[in-house]
Each structure stands twice: as structure tokens, then as C-alpha cells.
Design a protein around this ligand. Structure first.
Ligand code: FES
Ligand SMILES: [Fe+2]
Length: 354
């Protein structure tokens, strides 16, 4: 399975990497040790000591370095061995491990697993709606036994709500929504509009709505490669201008663990300016969604993976329905980016010299 290498992937929520401790995480089929140095900066290095291959993540942080649990070599955030407690203390030349650029932003740790020289933090997608200085944020995580692209499909095509979430978030109107997609560079938007929708019972309280009231709702999903999605959910009583109410933001960040398993970080957020009671509302919004994600989406994604096995998605000739356009665009763009990366690796010099 080829993954896009030159891209920022979520490696976790910032809070998952505790001070002066290490965390083991498999990303893109590689096992990484994440650790915080004394100044609080997070580093990502390969989780295999070059001496006898012990997982460095089982070791402890000493100063700004991660100490191997087996014989005590220490590695700093650049992957360089900086301390050898044996013999005269000389550090062998080969005593180093791969290091990966890592940036903490918007409450997440973003890792770059491609060419470090191309790791530009400016290309991290904007999830500033989840910055905790200005927002109350609820954050969750699920491990999914399915390829990460099924996660993208799931969020880009919310028509599944009528079926997968029939008993929770479901509304028949979701499958009749007007849907459209648009592309801006490598960013793709999936837009869905429901007009005159009767809200499903489970969300009535959230909208403080009477059961028979009609609403106009919007679901705008922004996708950035490889699989970082921002969902903005808007809703106003039918006839009111959508500008009257700001949409609620949700983050959905998928990162491949392996070809057939994924990490899924999700978050809900409210601006602090709404008042302190929204701190609890952010947690409630997260809990409200985490249940359906875990009980309803997760089994579906995993069942899809079982049905597909290791076959190629396109070889199976998937049928296209109204509302698929954005998800298909995202898949095709990601395919192209991966292909371009592979071609760039195989470029041969035009002339042999000598
Ligand atoms: S395995 Fe790490 S120091 Fe020996
Ligand atoms: Fe869902």
C-alpha cells in the first residue's frame, strides 16, 4: 500500500503526549516514538534502537533525549545518539534513528513522513476553530480496523446518516439534500443543503426545536489531503438567513496506521466568547457524536474493509450515486498525489554521464 509521504498527518492530540514521557504510535506502517523534551516540544523518532532494536518508546525521557530501555543509549529529537553510557562513551557513527518533522498546532501533533526539506508548517490545514485559547474543545479518538479512505468517504457523503444513524442522528431528508462539490487547489469541499427539514428526535434538544418545526440545515465538509476533514454544520428555522447563526465545527482527522487500520481523531468546539457553560456543551457535543461514531460508523467502516479485503477500490468498479462527487474527487486527487510522488522517486537523469 502506497501512502502519500509529503503531507502533514495527525499523529495524535497534543494532550496525548504527556510531559517527559514517550508514546508509541504506528503511522503509515512505521512505528514511531513520540516524546516531549524538557522545554515541552514534541519530537517523533523511529521506535527502534539501532543497537539491538528495542522499542525506544518503552524507555524514559532524560533531559531532552529518549533513553533506550535496554542498554541506555540516548537519542535526541533529531534522532542522533547523544549519550553512550558504555566503554569510553564514544558514540558510534551509526547510532542514529530517523526523525520526522513534527508541529503542534490547533491542539494536534502533525507529523511529516516524507522529505523533511519539504515540510512547510504553513501547509498544515487550518483547524484554528479548535485552538484552545479561544475555544472550548471536546476531543475523542477511535481506532478503526479499516483503511483511512473509508473514513473520508464517510464524512464527505453524509447521506449515510439516514441509514447508518437511522436510530440516532438519522433524518430521511439527508438523502434528498442538494449536494455539490468544489475544488480549490488541493482542498475539496462537499456541500449539502436540507431545506424544510423535520429534525430527527435525537437532535431536537440541541436545536431547542419543537418536533414539527422545519429547519434549513447545511453540512459543509472541507477535505485536505491525505484525510483531514473539517465539518461545519449550520441550522436555522426555515426561511431565516443562514448568516444569522454561525455553524458548529467538527474536526475529523484520519491517519493510516496500516493499509487496513486507521487512527480517527475527532473534535467538537464552541467559541469561548459564548460563555463558560459552553465548556460543558463542547464535551456534551463530543459525547453525543462519539456514541454513533463508535456504535454505528465504526462497524460499517470495518465491515466495508472485510468486504473489500486487499482488493483495489477502483478495480471493484464502485457504483456512483448523487452525492458521491466530492468523495470521488478527493480519492482521485489523493491517487494522483501518490502517483506523482512515486514518479518523482523514479525519475532518471536524462543523460548518463561518463
Ligand atoms: S537496544 Fe538500545 S541500547 Fe541496546
Ligand atoms: Fe456517520
Amino acid at each position: 500500500m502506497k501512502f502519500l509521504r509529503n503531507a502533514w498527518y495527525a499523529a495524535g492530540w497534543s494532550g496525548e503526549v504527556a510531559p517527559r514521557s514517550a508514546l508509541r504510535r504506528t503511522l503509515l506502517d512505521e512505528t514511531i516514538a513520540l516524546f516531549r523534551d524538557e522545554a515541552g516540544a514534541v519530537h517523533a523518532i523511529a521506535d527502534r534502537c539501532p543497537h539491538r532494536f528495542a522499542p525506544l518508546s518503552l524507555g524514559k525521557v532524560v533531559g531532552d533525549a529518549l533513553q533506550c530501555p535496554y542498554h541506555g543509549l540516548r537519542f535526541d529529537g533529531s534522532g542522533q545518539c547523544v549519550h553512550n553510557p558504555h566503554g569510553n562513551g564514544t558514540v558510534p557513527k551509526a547510532a542514529r534513528v530517523n526523525a520526522y518533522p513534527l508541529v503542534e498546532r490547533h491542539g494536534a501533533a502533525w507529523i511529516w513522513m516524507g522529505d523533511p526539506a519539504r515540510a512547510d508548517p504553513a501547509s498544515i490545514p487550518d483547524f484554528s476553530l479548535f485552538d484552545e485559547d479561544r475555544n472550548y474543545v471536546g476531543r475523542g479518538y477511535l481506532r478503526v480496523a479499516a483503511n483511512y479512505r473509508f473514513g473520508t468517504d464517510n464524512i464527505m457523503d453524509l447521506s449515510h446518516i439516514a441509514y447508518v444513524h437511522g436510530q440516532s442522528l438519522g433524518s430521511d431528508d439527508m438523502q434528498r439534500s442538494e449536494s455539490s462539490s468544489e475544488q480549490n487547489g488541493h482542498t475539496i469541499w462537499s456541500r449539502r443543503r436540507n431545506y424544510g427539514e423535520k429534525l430527527p428526535p435525537a437532535v431536537l434538544g440541541h436545536y431547542r426545536s419543537k418536533p414539527d418545526a422545519l429547519w434549513d440545515r447545511s453540512f459543509d465538509v472541507r477535505w485536505d489531503p491525505p484525510a483531514s476533514l473539517l465539518l461545519l454544520v449550520g441550522g436555522v428555522p426555515s426561511g431565516q438567513s443562514p448568516e444569522d447563526k454561525r455553524p458548529l465545527p467538527f474536526a475529523h482527522l484520519f491517519t493510516p496506521e496500516t493499509a487496513t487500520t486507521s487512527h480517527y481523531w475527532f473534535a467538537a468546539s464552541y467559541p469561548k466568547e459564548l460563555g463558560p457553560k459552553y465548556e460543558a456543551r463542547a464535551q456534551e457535543a463530543l459525547a453525543f457524536l462519539a456514541g454513533p461514531f463508535e456504535r454505528e460508523d465504526l462497524p460499517m467502516l470495518q465491515a466495508q474493509q472485510c468486504a473489500v479485503g486487499d482488493r483495489d477500490f477502483w478495480d471493484l468498479k464502485p457504483v456512483m450515486l448523487a452525492g458521491d462527487a466530492a468523495a470521488v474527487r478527493a480519492r482521485r486527487l489523493l491517487d494522483k498525489l501518490i502517483e506523482d510522488e512515486r514518479d518523482a522517486l523514479h525519475v532518471q537523469p536524462a543523460f548518463a554521464v561518463g
